[in-house]
Design a protein around this ligand. Structure first.
Ligand code: PNS
Length: 162
């Protein structure tokens, strides 16, 4: 049986921490779906289709394996996407206790809704303080985001700033 997992997120933008988790998860499963979830209640910096494109380019540039599918989902529950693609597992990166607190209710709801299990994965400690919101803030104020994001993302933010 093919083992399929989903790494969901806003990825606004994808960071080196995300990419680290994606690489580790892709090693463990036959197919890994990286899913940009559109959250209508969050105002986004980067449109969803461009977030998907940036993740695809970053995965390619990092030489990650070709068992990774990048997609977007705006049609409701994440578990519906998981069921549609035959995934029984969601993987989320955990940087600190705050992430555990934030992720735990979602993980339990996803299990109650559809029996989808969530596995928490530790990224490389060097990425532990990196978040998309921090990157957005640094970019908005003209700072250098290159230590935190894939090269293509830094270029994209550079080209679209100001
Ligand atoms: O990167 P984020 O913003 O922390 O990711 C959160 C995300 C998108 C994974 C979460 O909000 C989500 O799964 N949204 C889809 C809607 C859904 O299924 N909600 C119910 C269970 S949380």
């Amino acid at each position: 049986m093919s083992r399929i997992a989903v790494v969901p997120g806003s990825f606004d933008p994808v960071t080196l921490g995300h990419l680290d988790v994606i690489a580790r998860a892709a090693d463990l499963y036959d197919t890994l779906h990286v899913v940009v979830v559109h959250n209508p209640s969050k105002s986004a910096l980067i449109p969803v289709d461009q977030r998907v494109m940036l993740i695809e380019k970053a995965i390619h540039a990092a030489g990650l394996p070709n068992n990774i599918v990048v997609a977007s989902w705006s049609e409701g529950l994440l578990v519906d996407y998981c069921t549609q693609v035959g995934a029984k597992v969601v993987i989320k990166g955990i940087r600190n206790q705050a992430d555990v607190t934030y992720e735990t209710p979602m993980a339990l709801v996803n299990r109650n809704l559809a029996g989808i299990e969530t596995l928490f994965m530790l990224p490389e400690p060097g990425h532990a303080y990196v978040s998309s919101s921090l990157v957005r803030q640094v970019a908005a104020l003209g700072g250098d985001v290159r230590p935190y994001v894939p090269h293509v993302v830094a270029e994209h933010l550079d080209a679209h700033s100001g």
